[in-house]
Design a protein. Structure first.
Length: 117
């Protein structure tokens, strides 16, 4: 089992920045892909950004150039730096992880990000 705990959400004005963190604990010896997803009210959950164990990243088009995903393998932690935030970025952001050789996908409890003036 992998436990994921997110932090860093909150209320920010348009154009502002936030940094999300997600710390993994438990069976973390073979962590593979870690990432961030988000779900806005009335919408399906969508992938925001993911990063492999080796540092390869992928972003949804709407956040490219504004968000940056990084990870610290020593701390089993993934980060999402969000700049130039827009009202449409408002959502609950979830951390996700999987492990080599494990079919399970693990999710955090979610953290609310609200972009509003």
């Amino acid at each position: 089992q992998v436990l994921l705990v997110e932090s860093g959400g909150g209320l920010v004005q348009p154009g502002g920045s936030l940094r999300l963190s997600c710390a993994a604990s438990g069976s973390i010896s073979r962590l593979n892909v870690m990432g961030w997803y988000r779900q806005a009210p009335g919408k399906e959950r969508e992938k925001v950004a993911v990063i492999t164990n080796g540092g390869i990243t992928d972003y949804v088009d709407s956040v490219k150039g504004r968000f940056t995903i990084t990870r610290d393998n020593n701390k089993a932690t993934v980060y999402l730096q969000m700049n130039s935030l827009k009202p449409e970025d408002t959502a609950v952001y979830y951390c996700e992880a999987d492990r080599f050789g494990d079919v399970s996908v693990y999710w955090g409890q979610g953290t609310q990000v609200t972009v509003s003036s």
